[in-house]
Design a binder for this molecule. Structure first.
Ligand SMILES: *[C@@H]1O[C@H](CO)[C@@H](O)[C@H](O)[C@H]1NC(C)=O
Length: 502
């Protein structure tokens, strides 16, 4: 409309000038040409404007995908994604693209899949709270090759959560304390120097064997740990199933574990029926006696327990290793943890095992662990899959896209954590971090079921560690290597142990 009015007004103006200057024919011709060209100009411009207008209108109907790059054909940005941590800044893959494209959501292509990365607390919240309506949990195909029955059925998850509730777990505090005492006696004491990561792995596996299957015979524990070691490297490896590849080794290890644990579950059923085993002695018994678990096949129970152990094994041992790292590096923080743990130790007879109340008093120690989980989260992020087309932040997300969230979009963001690179346990003192900014355990329906289990295990570990030793790093600036599965210290964190003077 407006364009037509202006065409009319220009012609009027020209006609006006024509009457004023009718004696000058040259001017008249010039004016007619002027009128012609200016109306032509206006028509062309108006057409362009209208075209642009229509185009922008149709954009609303045509899907706008999130901004971002798709990287190389087929492999996409997988290499950048996997190697982003090698420079010591694993957050870069996410934060660089948040700056370049959008701080809410950007597009990429990972592991042969179209993907979008959801960022910030809003992105975390969206993925965590739309489970089953818009998104579902997704794991790379390699995972189901290694552990065929690790689906996250509602009933199965309910059962798992039920046996990992704090009320249930409190009975394990004393058991973990017993395992830790023996572990520190046999693996740490009497050594001038230890390799931390090796020992934290042994510790977490010993705890798992005891609490899941009541196994504490060292040789048996050790024999079982060998195939478990082979699982994790295959889970997020290149999906090539050939002899010698991490995937093939993990598949074989998975088969071996399934066979062993299935046999264990079968034997346990017999022992339970004969009254030779207690229905509450460990998680295996609890699951086999559970209203839902009773009807599960033994192989499914085996796979479920295997999944739970893998979920906790590498992540808890990594966290314990980094706790040792920061305690060795920061004497003032070590002192605070030491004071807290000594107060708890002094408050009870030396022969009495730790209990739930003791663990609840370890507030400062837990703040230290929380800060470790913020800076070097053992799980960087996980995937969901879009189960229908939907719109997020004005962008279309097509069904089937893989959606990733990452701890790094918030954990190292100064908007949510003041001086994010600084190790400061006091940030967890009174006010909890803003919702969906601190997510080392994920959130929503898939919030890590082992969160409380890990908390007790880590605190019991810290209790024994600081009461027995002062810590000194053998390699002062040992590099942190971030790979996709877990952050690691380059040399496994060798540490000088200095026992406290009596
Ligand atoms: C552990 O494995 C070794 C070698 O495979 C085997 O000889 C031994 O009997 C196993 N020990 C136990 C307690 O199962």
């Amino acid at each position: 409309m407006r364009e037509q009015e202006s065409v009319g007004s220009i012609i009027n103006k020209v006609l006006l000038r024509k009457t004023q200057l009718k004696d000058n024919s040259t001017t008249l011709i010039m004016d007619i040409l002027y009128a012609f060209f200016s109306s032509l100009f206006v028509v062309v411009v108006s057409c362009l404007v209208r075209f642009a207008f229509f185009k922008s209108k149709s954009v609303v109907n045509v899907k706008v995908l999130p901004p971002g790059g798709r990287g190389w054909p087929l492999i996409g940005e997988t290499i950048e994604f996997v190697t982003s941590g090698w420079t010591g800044h694993p957050e870069k893959f996410v934060t660089d693209r948040m700056t370049k494209f959008s701080r809410h959501v950007f597009r990429t292509s990972l592991m042969l899949e179209d993907a979008a990365v959801f960022c910030g607390p809003e992105g975390n919240k969206f993925l965590f709270s739309n489970e089953k309506s818009l998104v579902r949990y997704w794991l790379p195909a390699t995972v189901s090759k290694i552990l065929p029955s690790t689906d996250h059925g509602v009933e199965k998850m309910k059962m798992v959560r039920c046996h990992f509730k704090p009320e249930v777990l409190r009975q394990y505090v004393a058991v973990m304390d017993m395992v830790a005492q023996k572990h520190f006696e046999t693996e740490w004491e009497g050594n001038d120097q230890i390799l931390t990561h090796k020992l934290t792995k042994i510790f977490t596996f010993q705890v798992a064997c005891k609490i899941f299957f009541s196994i504490n015979e060292p040789e048996l524990v050790n024999n079982l740990s060998v195939p478990f070691e082979r699982l994790a490297p295959g889970l997020f490896s290149i999906p090539i199933n050939l002899p010698g590849t991490p995937l093939r080794r993990a598949i074989n290890a998975g088969k071996f574990i399934r066979k062993e644990l299935t046999a264990m579950a079968k034997q346990r059923k017999i022992d339970l029926a004969d009254g030779k085993a207690s229905p509450t002695q460990d998680i295996l018994s609890l699951m086999l006696c559970d209203d839902y678990g009773k009807f599960m096949a033994e192989t499914d129970v085996a796979d479920l327990i295997t999944g739970l152990i893998i979920g906790g094994y590498d992540s808890t041992s990594s966290t314990c290793t980094f706790i040792v790292n920061y305690l060795a590096e920061l004497p003032e923080i070590y002192e605070e943890v030491y004071k807290e743990q000594m107060n708890i130790a002094k408050s009870k007879p030396s022969t009495e095992l730790l209990n739930w109340e003791d663990v609840s008093k370890m507030k400062y120690s837990w703040n230290v662990a929380c800060e470790v989980l913020r800076l070097v989260p053992p799980t960087q992020g996980t995937f969901r899959e879009a189960i229908s087309d939907f719109t997020y932040n004005g962008y279309s997300i097509p069904k089937g896209w893989k959606l990733y969230w990452s701890t790094y979009s918030t954990h190292k963001n100064p908007d949510f954590f003041h001086e994010p690179e600084k190790f400061d346990p006091s940030r967890f003192n009174n006010n909890a971090p803003a919702p969906y900014t601190y997510v080392p355990f994920g959130g929503g329906y898939h919030l890590c079921p082992g969160k409380e289990f890990a908390r007790i295990e880590i605190l019991v570990f810290m209790h024994h560690l600081v009461r027995k030793f002062k810590l000194k790093k053998v390699i002062p600036n040992e590099q942190i290597v971030f790979n996709l599965i877990q952050p690691k210290l380059a040399k496994g964190l060798p540490i000088h142990l200095c026992p406290h003077k009596p």
